[in-house]
Design a protein around this ligand. Structure first.
Ligand SMILES: NC(=O)c1ccc[n+]([C@@H]2O[C@H](COP(=O)([O-])OP(=O)(O)OC[C@H]3O[C@@H](n4cnc5c(N)ncnc54)[C@H](O)[C@@H]3O)[C@@H](O)[C@H]2O)c1
Length: 373
């Protein structure tokens, strides 16, 4: 396998998740490239020390400029707070490296557009992280839309819910503050996951009405005091999108205060003749609707039907680390021109399109009106 040198800037939650996906790359059977983590940059010593368990990761630094100067680094994955996206993404591109960016691709729409312009000018290979499309259930929803018999699409629902913020004692982190997470709050945190497949299917909202809700205004600061939290926690977006000859309701839901949910990603497309529904709440189960003399919802258990084949047996069920690894396989194979008909990672255009939706949602909520995109 051809080795690709990877550098990670930001070794927190996602930086470590990516590193562990590379560490079990031997699970993949039909990829021609192998990521090798050679460098990590993080400001925090304890975070950096975790990476010492990875023998190939020989450059461990607090200064990401040193990582960018390392000729062994071909691709840089950046997982830092949103207020740092633009500066670090643009520095990666200026250093002549390919970029695997994190959502929401800048702190706001203007920032996302500047990053997109820098990506275009650099000519580098740039994609944005969005792992849910790589689940077998998500793949089947997309296949059903493209090749199934749905008739006229009546309604689309795409949602991502968790409940971490229901715990008022949970200390605040950068995701609870507009200065570091962005004014878009939960939209930037979870929005890519709800928007990506609708956008990939060509279902860009034409106008929307948004309801945004804040959570607890104060949380423990982790040092014995309290600190202000000022980001949106829940967002309900009632959108219109054009599907075929019809304007169709598209509901996008992103919640950090959804009672009982841990990481529930849901996608549903209902048509006059058929429908399809998938939720990570029942991660094995795909639901298919058939209209006829009688109306049926059929369910089937999906196995390990991942886009890139692995050593894992076909009857087993996939989880979060699997889709992260599949997403990386898609990034690296597309970079080599070997993706073929498989689904790729979120493009720069898709990332900017999510920010257009978020900006319209802020405007809609602020004015209490339907906003055109
Ligand atoms: N795709 C997903 O499912 C998913 C899930 C969670 C987070 N994310 C995204 O990943 C990104 C990071 O989120 P996270 O949850 O990993 O955050 P995190 O707080 O766990 O990690 C961020 C890390 O960045 C480091 N950092 C901050 N400034 C830095 C700098 N100047 N140089 C080097 N390191 C620096 C911090 O020390 C920290 O370790 C965000 O864009 C977030 O939206 C994506």
């Amino acid at each position: 396998m051809k080795k690709i040198g990877i550098g990670i800037i930001g070794g927190g939650l996602m930086g470590r998740e990516m590193a562990s996906a590379f560490a079990r790359w031997c699970a993949l059977l039909d990829v021609e490239v192998q990521p090798e983590l050679v460098a990590v940059a993080d400001l925090v010593e304890d975070v950096r020390n975790w990476f010492r368990r990875i023998p190939s990761c020989v450059q461990i630094t607090g200064d990401y400029h040193q990582l960018l100067a390392n000729p062994a680094v071909d691709v840089v994955y950046v997982a830092v707070p949103h207020n740092l996206h633009e500066k670090i993404y643009c520095d990666v591109l200026a250093a002549g490296k390919d970029l695997f960016a994190e959502k929401p691709f800048g702190i706001d729409l203007a920032s996302a557009r500047r990053i997109a312009a820098a990506a275009q000018a650099s000519g580098r290979f740039v994609r944005c992280s969005s792992e849910f499309p790589f689940l077998p259930g998500a793949q089947r929803v997309m296949q059903q839309v493209k090749h199934g018999k749905l008739g006229r699409v009546l309604e689309v629902v795409a949602a991502f819910h968790h409940s971490s913020d229901l715990d008022a004692t949970k200390p605040a982190n950068w995701k609870r503050k507009a200065a570091t997470c962005g004014e878009i709050g939960v939209l930037g945190d979870l929005g890519m996951h709800a928007c990506h497949i609708p956008l990939r299917l060509g279902w860009r909202p034409s106008r929307l009405f948004a309801q945004l809700q804040k959570g607890y205004p104060q949380r423990p600061d982790g040092k014995g005091g309290m600190t202000e939290c000022d980001t949106w926690d829940n967002a309900l977006l009632s959108c219109w999108t054009q599907i075929g000859e019809h304007e169709v309701p598209l509901r996008l839901e992103m919640k950090r205060m959804a009672p009982g949910e841990t990481n529930t990603w849901h996608l549903e497309v209902l048509g006059t003749e058929g429908g399809v529904r998938y939720s990570t709440k029942e991660p094995k189960t795909l639901w298919l609707f058939e209209n006829g003399k009688e109306q049926f919802w059929k369910k089937t258990d999906l196995g390990f039907g991942m886009p890139f084949k692995t050593v894992t047996g076909g009857i087993f069920e996939p989880g979060f680390p699997d889709m992260i690894q599949q997403m990386w396989a898609a990034y690296l194979m597309e970079r080599e021109g070997l993706l073929a008909e498989r689904c790729g990672c979120a493009t720069v255009e898709e990332a900017v399109a999510t920010q257009e939706i978020f900006a319209a949602a802020l405007a809609s909520h602020k004015q209490g009106v339907v906003t055109a995109l």
